[in-house]
Design a binder for this molecule. Sequence first.
Ligand code: HEC
Length: 155
Amino acid sequence: MMRVLFLLALAVSLAVALTGDDEAKALPAGAGKELVVKICLDCHGTGHFRGQRLSSDDWSDKVYDMIDRGAKANDDEILVVVAYLAKNFGKDSKVLVNTAPLVELKSVLGFAVAECEAVLAYRKEHSAFQEWRDLLKVPGIDPTKVEAKKGMMAF
Ligand code: HEC
């Protein structure tokens, strides 16, 4: 019995570690990504910040708020992290449709949860979307929403 429980616990912790890894991998590439992975994923996943679109000042406030909550970063690291967040999740940052998590598809592109899930499922089974029109092939997706938000998408 103990052995089964132990194996179960091991499987769960492996699954959690893998999810964290995948989330980290899915973050947009670029300067500062590694610091964000190191500093921002200790307490929660990327979903907490990927669904947001904030100005540089607001990201700065948010990061200092996280420092107050226990995030560990020095002043230089904070500048790099804020620059990364402002570049990738700034006011005009587009959504990388092939790697964005559900929360970002939902809050930035305005899809319903069921539509986001359909996009994720489609993404898993097919090759990468090349342009916004490819999203029209996703079963159950609202074409007017796709077209309305095409300017917010990047591939
Ligand atoms: C020491 C733990 C910890 C670390 C590290 C951490 N956070 Fe948080 N974060 C929290 C807690 C606690 C909350 C609020 C509770 C919740 O929503 O889970 C939160 C919530 C958030 C939110 C959503 C709430 C809001 O105010 O919008 C954002 C955005 C966020 N964190 C961004 C970040 C970023 C960016 C980093 C890296 C600089 C980071 N966090 C690192 C603990 C942490």
